[in-house]
Design a protein around this ligand. Structure first.
Ligand SMILES: Cc1ncc(COP(=O)(O)O)c(C=O)c1O
Length: 395
């Protein structure tokens, strides 16, 4: 594991690229799709795989200890309380858990963003269909940001009972101000459900202020972990009274579950563990997520955020200097942005990036530029130069 010296801090312009398992000729700018693989994460996975196929090897520690270590590491990204964290296979699973606990009556509604990621939409559509409730979609007026659109929707629709949002729009990095939105949601009496897949691992959270009910995130983007193992934070009320969507033995008290009492079910394990999904805690993924969270902790949140902010600041400036500033997403998050070339040149610009081995998501008219600590400022400049010359050629 590599620790970046704290003196590097905000002034740090290149993290050790060697922490990541990336070929030198590839510029990977797609963390919003899937994190670049850390060498420690790769090695932890390989080691766990070898061990799981060799039960005769000496035990490296109990399975439960490892799970609880990862729970505590994950909790640091929420309110610091490991009892509030459950493990889930996907955000869709976490949002289904939220929908299974939050009641909706006929005529009430759920608020989402226009174009919100389906894992934080489909469960609400299903629940609305079941309860004769409706989805309200926050849409932006020209020059309005998402925060403004959400506040207007809350004002206009007093029947909103659940507000289901991200902190950053997945498509182009547009930021929502949850410090402003969350107190308004609370004042309206609605529940707050967050999908932080595109921000957890970079942007700090403030749960004392936001007071969300359920918060889900994948582990394989900004948390630098692996697919198939994400986290669900649940508010104290739901840790005591929440209903899981499945009944798996691993979520029950170990000393009771093997009594096979046919009448009285074993008690749930403490806190959010009642929501741990069955089968999710297999050693490979748990070991990989642990290595990722340990590396993030060693780097420190402030260092990661400062480095990514410095990169997107250079990107913004370079786009402006090259006359491409209008492509950029106004109010984008400090860690990624979406660029919208003119539709006639979109394919040519995307193809030029690909030809230069610059990897990013090119979808629905936007190029999503999402670096991590393996990227330096000169990489951002090169990326803009490639796009600018592709535009020249395509005109
Ligand atoms: C905002 C957001 N939420 C969730 C996911 C993944 O959801 P799931 O784990 O249900 O596949 C993604 C993947 O791109 C995403 O961008």
């Amino acid at each position: 594991m590599s620790a970046i010296p704290s003196t590097a801090g905000v002034g740090m312009r290149r993290a050790p690229r060697s922490s990541f398992d990336l070929p030198p000729d590839v510029l990977y700018l797609d963390t919003a799709a899937h994190a670049p693989l850390l060498r420690d994460v790769r090695d932890a996975g390989a080691d766990a795989l070898a061990r799981s196929n060799a039960p005769w090897l000496p035990d490296a520690g109990t399975w439960d200890d490892c799970i609880e270590r990862v729970r505590a590491l994950a909790a640091a990204w929420f309110d610091g309380n490991a009892h509030g964290v459950a493990f889930i296979p996907s955000v869709a699973y976490g949002i289904a858990t939220a929908a299974n606990n939050l009641r909706l009556q006929r005529g009430e509604s759920v608020l989402v963003l226009d174009g919100q990621f389906p894992s934080n939409l489909l469960a609400w559509q299903q629940q609305c269909a079941r309860s004769e409730a409706t989805i309200v979609v926050a849409c932006r007026e020209p020059a309005q940001d998402w925060t403004g659109a959400v506040l207007v929707a809350l004002e206009r629709h007093p029947g909103i009972r659940i507000v289901a949002l991200p902190q950053v729009h997945w498509h182009d990095g547009a930021l929502l101000d949850l410090d402003t939105i969350a107190p308004r949601v609370r004042a309206s009496g609605a529940a707050l459900v967050l999908d932080l897949s595109q921000s957890l691992g970079v942007l700090p959270t403030d749960f004392a202020r936001w007071q969300p009910d359920f918060v889900a995130s994948v582990g394989y983007k900004w948390l630098l972990g692996t697919t198939g193992l994400g986290v669900l934070w649940v508010a104290p009320h739901w840790r005591k009274h929440g209903r899981a969507i499945e009944q798996h033995w691993s979520a029950r008290e170990e000393d009771q579950v093997w009594r096979f009492d046919p009448v009285t079910p074993p008690a749930y394990r403490r806190g959010a563990r009642r929501f741990d999904a069955g089968g999710i805690l297999e050693p490979l993924r748990v070991a990989m997520l642990e290595a990722a969270l340990e590396q993030l902790k060693a780097w420190g949140n402030a260092t990661v955020l400062a480095h990514l902010r410095a990169l997107t600041t250079v990107l913004d400036a370079e786009l402006d200097a090259s006359g491409l500033g209008s492509w950029n997403t106004p109010g984008h998050a400090p860690h990624f942005t979406g660029l919208r070339p003119p539709p006639a040149q979109f394919a040519a610009v995307a193809a030029a990036l690909r030809a230069a081995n610059i990897i990013c998501t090119a979808r629905y008219g936007a190029l999503r530029i999402a670096p991590h600590l393996h990227v330096g400022e000169e990489d951002m400049r090169r990326c803009v130069a490639v796009m600018a010359s592709a535009l020249e050629r395509a005109r």
